[in-house]
Structures are given as C-alpha cells and as structure tokens.
Design a protein around this ligand. Structure first.
Ligand code: NAG
Ligand code: NAG
Ligand code: NAG
Ligand code: NAG
Ligand code: NAG
Ligand code: NAG
Length: 598
C-alpha cells in the first residue's frame, strides 16, 4: 500500500481528504456495461503492473471555453488573441491545496495528471474493484480492465477520471485497410488532357487525378496554385503517430523525389513521447504514418514538419501478460504537448475509435484538453472515420450497430475524437468532379451537445431529414464532419513500395496541409494563426458561397441503412465540402471581421 498510501496521505495533508486514520468510504465513480465484442477471460494476475493516470479536475473549464469561443469567433474583437501556455494554465487553476499535494507526487508536465505505476493488487485496493483480462473476440487482442471502480467519497470532487479502468477503446488508424493494385489504375497516369472542373475549383485538373492523387493534383484541385510559404521560420505543422506506426525517412525521400522534387533531401523532426520509437527498418514502416507525413508535410513544404510518436503498449496476448499495459496514448501525448511553450500551429491526427468504446468521463476530459490546446492557437484536425454511420463491420448483412450499454439498441455509431466539438473533423470525397466517398464517417455525438457555432447549419439539415432514422442518432449532439477532402487513391511510398491508399486518413493531412498554408499567409502578414477553426468555418460556410466546394449527392451507408445523404450546404457526410485555398486564404488575410461584407 506504499505509493498509494502516500498519495491519499498527501491528499489528507493538503486538507482535501478525510482525516488520517478515518476509514475511506468508497463510492462507485464509474460503471459500464460489459462491452460488446469482448470476453472476460480470467482475473488479472495480482503482480501485473498498471500505469494509472489520475486526471485532476480542470476547475475553470467553463471560463476557458468562453475564452476559446471569443478568440475563435471571427466577429469578436478578441479574434486571434490566443493564450500563452501560462495563461491557459491559469484559467484551469487548481485549488492551492491540491497543487501543494500534487507537487509532491509524480505528475505530468501539465500538472493535472498524476501518473502512478502500481501492481493490479494495489490498484484493486485503491479503486475497490477487480481487474480482469478481457479479450477482444474479433482480433484476439487482450487488455486488463474493469467495468466499475470506486474512490473514497470525499475524493470524487478532486478526481475526474482514473484510467486504465473502463476504457475498452481500440484506437485504430483510419486508413482503409485495402490498397489498390496497379492494374486497377483507371485513368492513365500519362494522360495529357485536363479535366475542366467547375468554376469553384478555379481551373483545370489533370485528368490522371481522377483516380490517382498526388500533391500536384491536390494543389490543382484545391486552388493552391503556386502559393509558396513565406513564414517557414515561424510556422510549424505536425502529425501524430500511435500504435507503433513509424514514419520512414527513406520512404519520405522517395516520395519527394517522385512527387515533389523541390523537397528532395528535406526531412522532418521526430519527437518521442512515452518511450515511443520511430524504427527505420523498411519492414516496420507504417502506412498510416507515411501517408500522414508525406501529404501534410508535402503540401505545406518548406514549412517544418514534426512527427510525434507516442508509445503505449498495444493490447497484449492474455497468455503473455508480464508486460506493462498502458494503452491510453492520448493522455501521454496531451501531457507532452500542453507543456510545449510553442506547439505547432496545425496538428493532424488520423486515429480514432467508436465514441461508445471510450468512457464518457475519459472522452470529456480528453476533449477538454483539446479545447485547452485550441485556446493556445492550435488547429486540431482529425479524420472523421472510415465506416460511414456504421461501426466498422464491413459485412452489410451483419452490420447491426448495437449500443454498448447493455441494452443492445440499434443505433448509428459516432466516432471519437471527431465528435469532440473543439476539433475539426474531416470527411472524404473521391473522383473529379468530387463526389461523396461512401466510407466518410459522419453523424451526431451522444456525448457532446451541439455547439453554438453549428446552430445555423445543422437544424435545417435535421428539419429536411424529418423522421428518417428517428432513434438511430442523437438530434441534439455535436454534428460532424465539418469539412472534407479527397480520401482515395493517394500515391504514397511505404516500406520501399509505391502504391495507392485511401480513407479519411488521407483527407485529414490534406486539410492539415492547407490550413498550415493559410496560417503561413497570416503569419507572413503579422497576423495570429487561425487556431480553433470551427466558428470561422461555420461563419464562412454560411456567408461565402464558394469558399468550400459543396458536395451534393451520395451518402455514407452503415448499420444496414443508406446513411445520411450529402445535401446542398452543410451535411453529416462531407460537412461544408472541400476547401478552396485561394478563396479561404483571401478571407483569412483580409479583414476576417469584414466577412459580413461578402
Ligand atoms: C498530367 O499528369 C501526368 C502524370 O503526372 C503528366 O505526365 C502529364 O504531363 C500531365 N498533363 C498535363 C496536361 O499537365
Ligand atoms: C472520373 O471517374 C469517375 C468514375 O469512374 C467517372 O464517373 C467520371 O466521369 C470521371 N471524371 C471525368 C471528368 O472523366
Ligand atoms: C540529395 O542527397 C544526395 C545524397 O546525399 C545527393 O547526392 C544529391 O545531390 C542531393 N540532391 C539535392 C537536390 O540536393
Ligand atoms: C522502451 O522501449 C524499448 C524498445 O522499444 C524497450 O526495450 C524498453 O523496455 C522500453 N522502456 C520502457 C520503460 O517501457
Ligand atoms: C445483447 O447481445 C449480447 C450478444 O449478442 C447477448 O449476449 C445479450 O444477452 C444481449 N442483451 C440483451 C439485454 O438483449
Ligand atoms: C443525446 O445528446 C445529448 C447532448 O449531448 C445527451 O445529453 C444525451 O444523453 C444523448 N442521448 C443519448 C440517448 O445518448
């Protein structure tokens, strides 16, 4: 009982816990129904180690949120007045006594996560629970988790969340799992013709781009033209990597040699978090990591790129449970980035999971930390998921989309973090002229209510939908995605091979690269970066007709339905559509507050 005795003892000393000597009355903090698709195998071995993360409350979150909305509202006088690291901490200031106590415990650099490594036996005492080995039926992966845990009653207000306990998420890269063979190339690469594209795209696109995406195609399609970054000395862009996805330098250089000759021999920074690595053997090259870095950094070159590789053991085999099981990598990445005095202004992430597999308390906490990062002027871009409205079961016959809460209710399955209102979620299109790509994740959160900035765009869509899908989705939830981009047939290099790949995983770094270019244009004019994008996106979407290429028609099937239909204006399939860089840049470097003059 040593380390935790010390922790509770310090809490007591700080005056936030019960008097020493008094019995700790435990009260249930969180209970979940046994998750679908997982089997309880056996009790967890008492000496198995858990890296517990204890999230301390962010007391002034409503103030931080208000501040975030003011500085992200293009019509507010404080637009762009991003917070410094110290200021963002100030808004979330913990009580003095708790600080005093935490200062004496191991804590994350941001100060609001306590990290303790304890054996299962001790964790069970602390949390008055029983850990088991749970096995995921489909993949065979196993984790040590519980479905309920308790804390001394007087600590409930001082502790938001303890994990790993009830999190059964299986975060995955959101690339489509298939790749296309060369024989499938539908439009010859050597095509000499160009496709005249609708005026919204401002020009012509090489016919080869119809089913063969390169950085040049995206520059033509999204009206980037020959824009050259001016502020590469102060602007930065980053991609996150998890699950032992490694970004390979040789692949990166091969990619540049073939598609972006001006970037040949350029490189990117790697930041290792929680013992993450970036193994350079070609056998270990990660398709997701290579796709993300090649496109996010390729589109924004020569803006310096950073690849964050966050460790965290992947789920392990039940018979081999001697290793440490952390597997909550967002927390480790957030703790790192919150401590960075000048984080990259644009960060793209192509990982996520079904919202219902992430416990509410954990999702809320992670989402609030995204808000904190947004308030510091960082644009957070996430892929919207590759399963339409569904749950990732690729067989339409068995796709039933049950809720995880023990009731087995049929419902669409929203994705997290795309469902967090403080991030920008990106759906997918394909072909030219662009169409809805049916895999594009979209829908409505069951955890987060609809934010104010969506109050003009979303209700008309719901009204038009009427009773269709009634009960299958949450009409009052945060709706996503916000925007879209091409998400299929992206040429990449990985493991020394050159092939095409797709998914919203491709769409997110594309939007990330474009946002970084807009930030570049603003920085070059001495303006602050865009920061949290959504209030601006929804204002532009409502006011400026062709800043986004509206995608109309098509849908995102799942759960045995056709899914939502892409309509004129915003929809939960492609958001407002795909970006017109030229137009967006002109708005961004002009008088944003003058949007109303359009
Ligand atoms: C179209 O792209 C192909 C392949 O990149 C290239 O060989 C061709 O010259 C391009 N055509 C035009 C008209 O730019
Ligand atoms: C692009 O490919 C799609 C699917 O094959 C086709 O429907 C469309 O007409 C093509 N676009 C052009 C401009 O040829
Ligand atoms: C790139 O690096 C290689 C190997 O160091 C060198 O031979 C080549 O000249 C470089 N190319 C450019 C354009 O700098
Ligand atoms: C860090 O990773 C290396 C290899 O990837 C491993 O050998 C080492 O045990 C890890 N350290 C910790 C503290 O997990
Ligand atoms: C929910 O589905 C699971 C698996 O199909 C089944 O074992 C369980 O009995 C069902 N529960 C209810 C309440 O229908
Ligand atoms: C629907 O969303 C609201 C707002 O986020 C939430 O309070 C409610 O619990 C959700 N309903 C269901 C059935 O998940």
């Amino acid at each position: 009982m040593k380390s935790m005795g010390l922790f509770f003892g310090l809490l007591a000393a700080a005056g936030v816990a019960a008097a020493p000597g008094k019995d700790y009355e435990h009260k249930v903090k969180e209970t979940i129904a046994p998750p679908r698709g997982w089997t309880r195998v056996k009790p967890a071995p008492a000496d198995h180690f858990l890296d517990l993360r204890i999230g301390l409350p962010q007391r002034n979150f409503p103030l931080l949120e208000q501040h975030l909305y003011e500085i992200s509202d293009p019509f507010h006088e404080r637009y762009g007045a991003h917070l410094s690291k110290a200021e963002s901490r100030l808004w979330l200031r913990l009580t003095k006594r708790l600080w005093f106590c935490i200062a004496r415990t191991v804590r994350s650099p941001a100060g609001d996560w306590v990290k303790v490594r304890v054996p299962v036996s001790l964790a069970e005492d602390m949390l008055e629970t029983e850990y088991h080995v749970w096995q995921h039926e489909e993949s065979g992966d196993a984790v040590v988790r519980t479905t309920s845990y308790s804390l001394p009653e007087h600590l409930h207000v001082h502790i938001d969340v303890v994990q790993p306990t009830t999190t059964f998420a299986r975060m995955k890269g959101m690339r489509a799992t298939y790749r296309f063979a060369d024989e499938d190339v539908q439009v010859a690469d050597t095509a000499e013709s160009t496709i005249p594209i609708p005026s919204a795209y401002n020009g012509q696109v090489n016919a080869s781009c119809n089913a063969s995406i390169t950085p040049t195609c995206l520059r033509e399609l999204y009206n980037i033209g020959d824009y050259t970054p001016q502020a590469a000395d102060v602007n930065k862009i980053a991609c996150t990597g998890y699950l032992e996805e490694y970004a390979n330098f040789e692949d990166y250089n091969d990619f540049n040699a073939k598609y972006l000759p001006e970037a040949i021999n350029s490189t990117f920074d790697v930041i290792y978090i929680n013992n993450g690595s970036n193994d350079q053997s070609l056998d270990d090259a990660g398709v997701e990591a290579n796709l993300d870095t090649q496109y996010a950094f390729g589109l924004s070159y020569p803006t310096p790129g950073t690849f964050y590789t966050t460790g965290g053991s992947p789920p392990f085999i039940p018979d081999d449970i001697t290793t440490t099981d952390s597997n909550e990598p967002y927390i480790d990445w957030l703790a790192y980035i919150q401590s960075d005095p000048s984080p990259p202004q644009t960060i793209s992430t192509s990982y996520g999971d079904n919202e219902q597999t992430v416990p509410y308390s954990y999702a809320t906490r992670v989402c609030q930390e995204f808000a904190q990062l947004s308030a510091r002027g960082v644009s957070l871009i996430f892929s919207s998921g590759d399963d339409g409205v569904g749950d990732g079961d690729s067989n339409p016959a068995t796709q039933q989309c049950f809720t995880n809460n023990g009731l087995n209710k049929t419902e669409f399955v929203p994705a997290f973090p795309a469902s967090c209102p403080y991030v920008t979620a990106v759906g997918a299109t394909w072909y030219i002229p662009e169409e809805t790509y049916r895999i594009s994740g979209g829908g409505f959160s069951n955890y987060f209510p609809r934010p104010l900035y969506q109050d003009v765009a979303v209700p008309p869509y719901l009204k038009n939908l009427g009773d269709t899908y009634k009960g299958l989705y949450n009409t009052s939830g945060r709706a996503y995605p916000d925007v879209a981009a091409q998400g299929q047939w992206f040429w990449i290099f990985s493991g020394g091979e050159n092939f095409r790949i797709g998914g919203t995983s491709a769409a997110a770094p594309t939007v990330g690269g474009i946002v970084s270019l807009i930030n570049d244009a603003r920085l070059a004019k001495g303006l602050p970066t865009l920061g949290f994008l959504n209030p601006l996106i929804y204002a532009i979407g409502a006011i400026v007709p062709d800043a986004f290429n509206d995608i109309v028609g098509g849908s995102n099937p799942g759960c045995g339905t056709e899914g939502f239909t892409a309509e004129v204006g915003w929809d939960p399939v492609t958001g407002f559509g795909t970006p017109n860089f030229g137009k967006l840049k002109d708005i961004a470097v002009g008088d944003i507050g003058g949007l109303l003059d359009f």
